[in-house]
Design a protein around this ligand. Structure first.
Ligand code: NDP
Length: 357
């Protein structure tokens, strides 16, 4: 228990220390302070991620720490992450001014919207996403190391593909860190159990649930075309999610542009309120969520065990996360945009999956 707990705390502290000291670039966010000024953000997620993961890989290569340390201590590390997440939740919620809701609601959803210290150098949300991504990547690598060590003669190419696709997902998320300042998490969410415990415990240990199962399994010997199709599905989803998120980012930051690559930046407008209805945003009102679901399905399939429930828990979780999120975002936007939002709902009829939902 002690080794796993110390390992987890060491990873989280190292990530925090590097997050504070590694140079990055300063940008304006989308969220504003009480005076209407955009919050400032210090973006250094990708270099910090590469330093921590590179450092851990180097320690494993030198034999200082076994490559499958996290796999071997996975349950202790998960329990420790749950405890760290609970301590974080209490520490960030209890001292903040109450919102007027019951304490349980404040603990779950949080009180403080965008906690920042040192003028934005330390931002709670940016750090939480970063530490979750670091820990998830280390879980992926360690679980895969265990698989290769125990199935040395016949390792599964699906495990290697899964880790490669997931690593791509994490690196590209951090590469586009600035785009995420324009998402629901920043504009609508507070920092409490959902976001804090979610990033410290749930995100790193649950997102790789497929590998908790597949790491100990033999190679299922799927046809290579299966692996190609899984990767193709993943990248189709990535194109939709990243394409839509970038299209909306440019729509917000460069309103004068009439196109984003081949995609028209067509908008419904009323006064200074504008809603994007061109390109990918004409397919459904949350086409980016559909992209996310396809990526998750591609990852589940890559492991080559379509008959097992474990790899599917990840895409199923996305449905449970994104459908209520879409409903809540719709409510928020209907209040913000009024009749223009209803016109948008008539123009772009589907919520997430075109012609289905
Ligand atoms: P969106 O990117 O759709 O952002 C919603 C906000 O964007 C709305 O509140 C509104 O805010 C604005 N908006 C929505 N539609 C339009 C439009 N047509 N024109 C102009 N503005 C619009 O959703 P999220 O922030 O929830 O998701 C962002 C990405 O993060 C998605 O790809 C999602 O799948 C992904 N994600 C990933 C998760 C993960 O665990 N990997 C978890 C959750 C999300 P406003 O008007 O105030 O600008």
């Amino acid at each position: 228990m002690v080794a796993g707990a110390l390992g987890l705390v060491a990873i989280y502290l190292a990530t925090f220390a590097l997050y504070v000291v590694v140079p990055g670039r300063w940008v304006d966010g989308y969220v504003t302070d009480d005076a209407g000024r955009p919050l400032r953000y210090h973006l250094n997620g990708l270099p910090v991620f590469l330093l921590v993961v590179g450092g851990a890989v180097a320690l494993a290569a030198l034999g200082v720490v076994p490559a499958d340390f996290i796999y071997v201590h996975r349950v202790e590390m998960l329990v420790s992450a749950v405890v760290v997440g609970l301590i974080f939740t209490a520490a960030i919620v209890v001292p903040a001014p109450p919102t007027g809701k019951p304490l349980a609601a404040d603990l779950y959803l949080g009180r403080w919207k965008n906690p920042q210290w040192l003028g934005g150098r330390v931002d709670a949300k940016m750090f939480l996403y970063l530490v979750g991504a670091v820990m998830l990547e280390l879980c992926l690598l360690s679980f895969a190391a265990h698989h290769h060590a125990t199935h040395r003669a016949d390792p599964s190419p699906g495990v290697a593909l899964y880790v490669a696709l997931f690593s791509f997902f994490l690196v590209e998320y951090l590469f586009f860190e600035r785009v995420h300042l324009y998402t629901y998490d920043f504009v609508a969410e507070r920092v409490g159990f959902k976001l804090g415990w979610g990033c410290l415990a749930f995100y790193p240990f649950f997102y790789c649930i497929g590998l908790w199962f597949a790491a100990s399994q033999p190679d299922p010997h799927v046809h290579p075309a299966w692996l190609v199709a899984s990767a193709a599905l993943f990248f189709c989803g990535w194109g939709l999610a990243r394409g839509a998120n970038l299209q909306k980012f440019h729509f917000k930051t460069e309103p004068q542009r009439t196109s984003f690559g081949p995609l028209p930046q067509r908008a419904l407008a009323e006064g200074d309120r504008r809603i994007l209805v061109g390109g990918l945003w004409g397919l459904s009102r949350h086409i980016n969520y559909m992209g996310e679901l396809l990526m998750a399905s591609g990852l589940a399939l890559a492991l080559g065990y379509p008959g097992s429930i474990w790899p599917w828990l990840y895409p199923l979780y996305y449905i449970a996360l994104l459908v209520p999120r879409q409903i809540d975002d719709d409510r928020r936007c209907a209040a913000k945009y009024g009749p223009l939002w209803r016109e948008y709902q008539r123009t772009v009829r589907y919520r997430i999956v075109p012609w289905v939902y």
